[in-house]
Design a binder for this molecule. Structure first.
Ligand SMILES: Nc1ncnc2c1ncn2[C@@H]1O[C@H](COP(=O)(O)OP(=O)(O)OP(=O)(O)O)[C@@H](O)[C@H]1O
Ligand SMILES: [Mg+2]
Length: 309
């Protein structure tokens, strides 16, 4: 790993600053600020509909923010705002060719240039910066084998060209072998190597969740977002998951986690952030958050609503 020179432990790797996300009239996330520190496990908790997944969706580029900033520290130490549009050469070229006159004018007018040549980062681009995620509703290639699902995660990192693949060049074959070996290593890491050649959909639920984590890890992230990884797991599976998440952190990957299982959250988190109705209501160590009256009220509040509705 080459991150040691610039990446210092426990510095913020992600700083969310005044983030707001609206869907029409619904304010899903309202002026939320939080920090995720490198080499730590940070949990994002809160009742259903609190805005947790929406935070992940903006961080990972699935949704555009309404307002705010998301500062992310790259492996080389530079800090970028993930939500700010960036210059896109290909897009700029297409726009220029399509609108020669405006394109020339855009060179002179900064605001027009921004509108025409800059684009918001795509989820792929953000993944390329070292942020990987899993989904609340498991997303796997169900018909593919377990091993092939992980190979999909690795393919973003290869260097051979499509032509190499067509002609099955030695370089391409070597790379395929390397990918296969690397995929097997990730499967071993999450404890699924014995399932390598089974169809992904044939796995029990808890193992599908672990496979999704393996695929996310295969993209080589420095920050991993896990959206309710323990959902639907029995206590034994949850215990295995706790150990896996700690192993991921120990391997140098920062973990940002959404979870309803309070035993898991309290056991492994270095830091907990609590959302309710889109707003942050608490932020601190597990012990601090557990005793916070606002947090207790938010959770009790939902239970009464559920009981009456
Ligand atoms: N794509 C969308 N379009 C419209 N409204 C949305 C969209 N995504 C989320 N919302 C709304 O934003 C609010 C927050 O939703 P979000 O999924 O972020 O909550 P959550 O904290 O992840 O909840 P849960 O614990 O149930 O997963 C909800 O009111 C939800 O209905
Ligand atoms: Mg959610």
């Amino acid at each position: 790993m080459s991150t040691g020179a610039v990446a210092s432990h426990h510095e913020p790797i992600l700083i969310v600053e005044g983030l707001t996300k609206r869907f029409g009239g619904v304010v899903a996330v309202e002026e939320v600020s939080l920090e995720v520190r490198r080499s730590e496990i940070t949990s994002l908790i809160g009742p259903n509909g609190a805005g947790k997944t929406t935070v992940f969706n903006v961080v990972s580029g699935l949704y555009e923010k309404t307002a705010g900033h998301i500062w992310y520290r790259l492996p080389d130490g530079r800090q970028v705002d993930l939500t700010e549009p960036v210059f896109d050469p290909l897009h700029a070229l297409i726009v220029s060719l399509a609108t020669l006159g405006i394109g020339a004018l855009a060179l002179a007018v900064p605001r027009l240039r921004r509108a025409l040549y800059y684009r918001t980062r795509t989820p792929d681009a953000i993944a390329g910066l070292g942020i990987a995620r899993t989904f609340q509703n498991i997303r796997l290639f169900e018909d593919l084998s377990v091993l092939d699902n992980v190979k999909v995660g690795l393919h973003g990192r290869v260097s051979s060209s499509p032509l190499d693949a067509v002609f099955r060049s030695p370089r391409h074959r070597r790379e395929e072998r390397d990918i296969e070996a690397a995929a097997a290593e990730y499967l071993e890491f999450v404890g699924l190597l014995h399932r390598a050649y089974q169809e992904a959909s044939s796995l029990p639920y808890g193992e599908q969740r672990r496979l999704e984590i393996a695929r996310a890890l295969a993209t080589g992230p420095q920050l991993l977002l896990l959206d309710e990884p323990a959902a639907g797991m029995n206590p034994t599976e949850t215990n295995e998951l706790i150990r896996l998440i700690q192993k991921i952190r120990d391997a140098g990957v920062t973990v940002f986690l959404i979870e309803h299982d309070m035993r898991l959250v309290m056991e492994i988190s270095d830091h907990v952030v609590v959302l309710d109705h889109g707003r942050k209501i608490a932020d601190g160590t597990p012990a601090e958050v557990r005793q916070n009256p606002d947090v207790i009220a938010a959770y009790l509040g939902t239970h009464t609503e559920e009981a009456s509705g």
